[in-house]
Design a protein around this ligand. Structure first.
Ligand code: ZN
Length: 459
């Protein structure tokens, strides 16, 4: 039985979908105005693992993701610059081109990390009518008010407003981190529709019953998720930074419009820091998957590294830890290559693996099961079949790697030593052959005996 932590109840719950075996899942996708980095990717790998575990448990997942290609504002409080327009200026492109450029970079990254693409991808700009309709419903039901710069949601009219964030509204008022917008009734009120300023020419704007403008950020996710998954669906995911505002506002919009519960399980992924610091431009520590590849790493090493930390814990990325993950990953590939194939999997190890993942996606424990399997005193055929099944869930591409020749350059000196060693081995002089193995090892290479002779790899 799969158990998952639900942010709504702050507890690990048994997962029971509304219409089994179907599972409806919505993940907040990228805002395509700049590069998606390894912090973002950690989250999408986490979602990918969740989907694969659901499938492993026999569920059929309909995964919907949005692409925010319409400008939401750099500040959560509906003031500040428009992210898309800002990105366009920065890169000297139109907003439409910027959206295309960074959507491609997003999918290049997720593909490299073996993240299964969503079943349904929804661009916010394709669903402006649905967003306007939802605002109209909220307006009719009396949840909105109009200010000079837009239509706002009155959060005081929804008594469950703080149920996801569990924030104290009085504290929020005192803290007043929210920038002041004239006329806003409560600090937590947010824009549903923003008006274009008469003085500026926006690249993206639409006609609406309230005047020319553009949607607030939160409305797209409520409108698009319900369009594809219904008014109440199973899982909604995002980063923990989405809890207090974005997801809280999604719930308010959806539940006030329909009068029904919006989402059953809220799943949130924790952050990634780099060398103990928050990623930032000024520290120059924002890295993309493309940077990781340029530095000579296999994207699968990054995926392996992600899996070493539980999704609800903060993860500290270092280049040393990536190096170590790559070494472990390559070792696993070598082990797998050396095993005989065409056996049946071990039920015992598969069960241990499943139990680890069904326990709120405990990927570090699942990796530990793999290494226990590697060391287990069982037929290598069984190991190979078990690891093949496991990899279908972890998505580390182990099977594909077996077919891929390892492209390493072996110096002539090493090749000569290896041949010399092979001769000793054939002659039954294992002392001499072992000595040469050590010599090869000291020179930075490892030699492994296979049915067809030997294989050399980098240490
Ligand atoms: Zn969203």
């Amino acid at each position: 039985m799969l158990k998952i932590y639900n942010t709504l109840t702050r507890s690990v719950e048994e997962f029971t979908p509304i219409h089994p075996p179907q599972v409806g899942m919505y993940s907040c996708g990228p805002t395509v105005y700049d590069y998606q980095h390894i912090g973002h990717m950690r989250r999408y790998v986490g979602d990918d693992i969740l989907i694969r575990i659901l499938q492993w448990n026999g569920f059929e997942v309909k995964h919907v993701m949005n692409i925010t290609d319409v400008g939401h504002l750099t500040s959560d409080s509906d003031s500040g610059e428009d992210k898309m327009e800002k990105g366009a200026k920065k890169f000297g492109l139109s907003v439409w081109d910027i959206a295309q450029k960074f959507e491609k970079q997003f999918f290049d990254s997720t593909d490299a990390l073996h993240i299964i693409r969503p079943n349904i991808l929804m661009h916010a700009t394709d669903y402006i009518d649905e967003q306007i309709e939802l605002v109209e419903i909220l307006e009719k039901k009396g949840f909105t008010y109009r200010l000079d710069d837009g239509v706002y949601f009155d959060t005081s009219k929804f008594s469950d407003y703080f149920k996801l964030s569990r924030q104290n509204p009085d504290e929020l008022k005192k803290g007043a981190r929210v920038e002041f917008i004239e006329g806003k009734k409560n600090p937590s009120d947010f824009a549903l529709w923003k008006f274009s300023k008469p003085t500026e020419k926006r690249q993206m704007e639409w006609e609406s019953p309230w005047g020319k403008g553009f949607p607030g950020w939160h409305i797209e996710c409520s409108a698009m998720s319900m369009k594809e998954l219904g008014e109440t669906f199973d899982i909604h995911t995002g980063g923990i930074d989405h809890i207090a505002i974005h997801h809280t506002n999604e719930i308010a919009q959806a539940e006030c419009a329909t009068g029904k519960p919006f989402v059953k399980y809220w799943v949130h992924h924790n952050f990634l820091t780099v060398e103990g610091e928050k990623m930032s431009k000024s520290l120059g520590n924002i890295f993309t998957v493309q940077d990781v590849v340029e530095k000579g790493f296999d994207p699968m090493a990054l995926r392996y590294l992600y899996l070493q930390t539980h999704y609800r814990q903060e993860m500290n990325f270092t280049w040393e830890s990536l190096e170590a993950a790559q070494t472990a990953y390559k070792k696993l590939i070598r082990e797998f290559k050396s095993w005989d194939k065409n056996g049946l999997p071990s039920q015992e190890y598969l069960e241990a693996f499943t139990n680890a993942l069904n326990d709120d996606l405990n990927t570090p424990k699942a990796l530990a099961v793999i290494w226990e399997l590697v060391k287990a005193p069982i037929d290598s055929k069984i190991k190979a079949a078990t690891l093949t099944d496991i990899d279908g869930v972890l998505g580390l591409g182990i099977l594909e790697k077996e077919l891929e020749e390892e492209k390493i350059e072996v110096p002539q000196e090493i090749m000569d030593l290896a041949k010399e060693r092979e001769d000793f081995r054939k002659a039954g002089d294992f002392t001499a052959s072992d000595e040469i193995r050590k010599k090869i090892f000291d020179l930075g290479f490892e030699i492994k005996d296979t049915k067809s002779g030997f294989e050399i790899s980098k240490k």
